[in-house]
Design a protein around this ligand. Structure first.
Ligand SMILES: C[C@H](N)C(=O)N[C@@H](Cc1c[nH]cn1)C(=O)O
Length: 454
């Protein structure tokens, strides 16, 4: 099974870098080809174009759909996944080439190994090994998940009464376990991703010649970024914290019952102190409270060495993970108004422009739904343990649209390990998780076939 994964990892299908768009198109072709090879009825759906910040447009990667089986007496599940990846360069600190699958001590390293190429392949292998599928299986595989699933919302709306009409349940395996214990996931945070641009002089300036005479765009930018969140994690944007759904006693109890060791969590990420020192607070702030993260500054000097320049234009990239009952449109207004008011106090002649480029909603399911009973039974069959019922701090932008538009129930069935390093250096999936995860999917399809119709 590793040879296809090796070929897939070798494709730099980075959806955030438009210069890699031909690789992404190739990745979608390879996905379609693989599904065809194992007997699927495959389509590549054109979802239009993407408008770039400079106003030009480029083709979005096609969405791959596939169908295996059309037996009306069987249930139909739809597996969603993605084959685009986050950026990665060897110089970021990878021990191996991120685009060459490398097998070390039972771990398969490579960008996209866990997020989400191996889980997608595990589903494909699941369909491949069944001689007679116990349920009909559909696939919907996209190439823009990492940048907000551009084009997919419209496609779902358009295909609600066609592709989705006979689908009973949607399955997503694009997340990871919380610990070494297998897990079922019933919630994800959403994400509002912002660009804040501060523009000043018409070109970069020598900091010795001009420093002290001009108000610097970078100083303005750092000044306003510092007003987004306090050092203790309190979001300072008015209205954000007020919208957050209250933590119920039942939820508190669920978190309390989860086995989760803060010391190993610290060890895993290499920190001696966390924002919260008790389990419930920590899990709640990972899963069901919003947070602000600052990702980078375009236009800033970031190479090794020294450069004494005042950058003329800098663009900060930050995002707010959001939760029920926050709303992206509201967050966009709250953040934009707030940053402009903070900026105004600086009395700077520079120009601030704030734009929200991704507005993905959070998703929450009922973990008491029978689909989760099927998931528990499958986990017990393969791993001989009860799974943790968890939420995911990350975002699967399309999850909420699947729920709202199609009205179908969704389960997230992760197979990635807690330490897979998604979006980070040395991303991997273990052979154990990949192989046992495939068995889990095989068992899960059997359990779904035994479910009463809901
Ligand atoms: C959970 C999933 N594997 C993932 O990592 N998704 C991305 C999607 C995203 C959100 N904003 C931009 N991309 C994530 O949570 O960062």
């Amino acid at each position: 099974p590793n040879s296809t994964l090796r070929q897939w990892i070798a494709v730099e299908s980075d959806s955030s870098d438009v210069t890699k768009r031909s690789d992404l198109h190739r990745m979608m072709d390879m996905t379609a080809e693989k599904l065809r090879l194992i007997g699927g009825s495959v389509e590549m759906v054109d979802v239009g174009t993407q408008t770039l910040p400079n106003g030009s447009s480029i083709a979005l990667p096609k969405v791959v759909t596939a169908r295996f089986g059309e037996d009306p007496s069987k249930r139909t599940v739809c597996v969603y996944g993605h084959v685009d990846v986050q950026p990665a360069k060897k110089e970021d600190g990878w021990a191996t080439d991120p685009y060459e699958l490398t097998d070390i001590d039972g771990n398969l390293y490579g960008r996209g190994a866990s997020d989400n190429k191996a889980p997608v392949l595990a589903w494909i292998h699941t369909v491949e090994v069944y001689k007679d599928l116990p349920v009909n299986v559909k696939f919907i595989i996209e190439g823009m998940e990492e940048t907000g699933s551009n084009g997919l919302d419209d496609m779902i709306v358009a295909q609600k009464d066609s592709f989705f009409s006979d689908v009973d349940y949607i399955i997503i395996s694009d997340c990871v376990w919380l610990s070494k214990r297998p897990a079922l996931t019933y919630g994800t945070r959403g994400n509002c991703y912002f660009f804040a641009e501060v523009e000043g002089p018409k070109k970069d300036l020598h900091s010795g010649v001009y420093g002290g005479t001009v108000m610097e765009p970078m100083t303005d930018l750092i000044g306003i970024l510092d007003k987004l969140i306090s050092p203790s994690g309190k979001i300072l944007i008015p209205g954000i914290r007020e919208a957050v759904a209250h933590l119920s006693d039942e939820e508190w109890k669920m978190y309390q019952d989860i086995e989760f060791d803060l010391e190993s969590y610290k060890r895993e990420i290499g920190l001696s102190q966390l924002m919260y020192s008790n389990k419930v607070d920590l899990l709640a702030h990972r899963w069901r409270h919003p947070t602000v993260s600052i990702h980078g500054i375009e236009g800033a000097f970031s190479s090794p060495g020294t450069k004494t320049v005042i950058p003329a234009k800098v663009i900060a990239k930050f995002s707010i993970r959001q939760v029920p009952n926050m709303d992206p449109a509201m967050v966009e207004k709250q953040v934009t108004d707030y940053l402009h008011s903070v900026f105004a106090k600086r009395k700077s002649p520079n120009k601030l422009n704030v734009t929200m480029v991704i507005g993905a909603k959070p998703w929450l399911a009922d973990p008491k739904h029978p689909l989760y009973e099927a998931g528990k039974a499958a986990v017990k069959r393969v791993f001989a343990v009860e799974p943790d019922l968890i939420r995911e701090g990350g975002t699967i932008p399309i999850a909420r649209s699947f729920q709202d538009v199609t009205g179908k129930s969704i389960i997230m069935l992760p197979i990635g390990g807690f330490d897979d390093g998604l979006h980070s250096q040395n991303e991997k999936i273990s052979r154990y998780n990949y192989m046992e995860g495939t068995k889990l999917f095989i068992a899960f399809l059997h359990e779904v076939s035994q479910m009463e119709k809901h």
